[in-house]
Design a protein around this ligand. Structure first.
Ligand code: UGA
Length: 431
């Protein structure tokens, strides 16, 4: 960017958030060093590959390779760095609070980096974390180093575009100079920078995700009521969303929200409130509705099949949404586990899912095509709305299934069309 000072940024954590942040900052002309503790990840990145699937990221990495370095070495990461970005994950701990151990490991490793101008936390953390980080930095003789919270609002699958064209960039800093430094770092971003205090910035992130999850759980409850009253939730959501005060986004009914953020962040916010002695009643209901949504699908299949014992059920789509390989907190894992517990045989298909040891049921049951997954099955469930599922020859599939029971958990297909092909077709909130 013309006129913008080019900064040297050390990004700690080369996961989804860290990579997108760092590579986009390099696109703006900054020099970025990624430090990760996973040797395999660093090896892959050094070889020019991207260890995750995120549209546009790989091309941007190639374009900016002169400005990007990847290392396991802390000293190399901090050498000449002006800004340290903390982008490590904060998974749920046993208590449901966010586990900040990786954040603390990075913050503690900054001891001695007196040349830094600012430490920025992008990881999603409980409100008040910034105050604690500040205290650790002060105790390490880094009182002159600024601190900022800069939460991220990018969604997987569109993260690069979201970073470049955000609705807002939130910078929470306790001093003007740091706020300005981090704001200027984003010059090139097509969106407003909103500055505030650190605690408010931390809260914006948690409140935003909780409100998005609330919209989905709300429309899912309305969908259930539509089923009972004969209304069509798709018509309802469309017309409700036309009210500009409500907005049309995040009113897509389905089998429930998942992913690396909503489940973890909503639980972390609930526990944050619990820790203050306050019970967030609305958010608790939002989480409960989401849990029920997946169990309702299983119950509907049971109603149709009589029993799930020995039933072959095909899960179509495994990732928590299309356009990603991410399986974290994907509804498919709950469905598969419940089905297996009920005595069903699970088979599955997904074009991209990065399944791991945590999903042992995928190792033997994964099929290369949706057609093969449903062949001989007693029921199929659309778990993820992959566009490929629209291309399947469903007439042929209905014929190949042992019993053509179909639960469209994402309202992807046409109810009348599917029924005409002979399916017992169930979807979410549509008559
Ligand atoms: C979410 C937020 O959308 C981002 O703004 C945020 O930065 C990110 O979390 C994060 O905290 O890092 P992401 O988890 O990538 O992004 O995915 P979303 O596209 O928001 O979808 C989340 C889940 O909600 C998916 O399971 C999706 O299928 C479901 N969903 C979404 C619905 O069921 N209905 C909808 O209308 C929208």
């Amino acid at each position: 960017m013309v006129g913008t000072p080019q900064r040297r940024v050390a990004v700690f954590g080369a996961g989804y958030i860290g990579l997108v942040t760092g590579v986009c900052l390099a696109e703006f002309g900054h020099r970025v060093v990624f430090r990760d503790i996973d040797p395999e990840k660093i090896r892959i990145l050094r070889s020019g590959e991207v260890p995750i699937y995120e549209p546009g990221l790989s091309e941007m990495m190639v374009r900016n390779k002169e400005r990007l370095t990847f290392t396991l070495d802390l000293r190399e990461a901090l050498d000449g760095a002006e800004i340290a970005y903390v982008c490590v994950d904060t998974p749920p701990s046993a208590s449901g609070d966010a586990d900040l151990s990786r954040v603390w490991a990075v913050v503690k490793s900054l001891e001695g980096a007196a040349h830094l101008r600012a430490v920025v936390v992008k990881s999603t953390v409980p409100v008040g974390t910034g105050t604690r980080v500040r205290a650790v930095l002060d105790a390490a003789g880094l009182a002159h180093v600024g601190y900022a919270s800069n939460p991220e609002f990018t969604a997987e699958g569109t993260a690069v575009n979201d970073f470049l064209h955000p609705d807002r960039v939130v910078v929470g800093a306790s001093d003007e100079a740091t706020a300005r430094l981090i704001s200027d770092l984003h010059e090139g971003v097509d969106g407003p920078v909103v500055m505030m205090d650190v605690r408010s910035a931390e809260m914006v992130k948690l409140a935003s995700n909780a409100l998005l999850a609330t919209k989905i759980s709300f429309i899912n409850e309305i969908a259930t009521l539509c089923e009972k009253t004969g209304a069509d939730v798709e018509e309802v959501a469309h017309a409700v969303g036309l009210d500009h005060r409500l907005g049309r986004h995040f009113l897509r009914p389905g089998i429930g929200w998942g992913g690396s953020c909503f489940p973890k962040d909503s639980e972390a916010l609930r526990q944050l409130a619990n820790n203050t002695g306050y019970h967030l009643q609305l958010l608790s209901a939002v989480i409960e509705v989401n849990n029920l949504q997946k169990r309702r699908a299983i119950q509907r299949l049971k109603d149709e099949l009589g029993t799930l014992v020995g039933a072959r059920v095909a899960l179509l789509g495994l990732t928590f949404k299309p356009g990603t390989d991410d399986m974290r907190e994907a509804p498919s894992t709950v469905l598969a586990t419940r089905l297996l517990a009920e005595g069903a045989e699970v088979r599955c298909w997904d074009p991209m899912a990065r399944t791991a040891e945590a999903e042992p049921w995928t190792s033997t049951s994964r099929h290369a095509t949706p057609e093969s997954a449903v062949d001989g099955a007693d029921a199929a469930i659309v778990v993820t709305e992959w566009p490929q599922l629209k291309e399947v020859d469903w007439a042929q599939a209905a014929w190949a299934m042992r019993r053509p029971v179909f639960y469209d958990g994402r309202n992807l297909l046409d109810p009348a069309g599917m029924r005409a092909l002979g399916f017992t077709y169930i979807s979410v909130g549509r008559p």
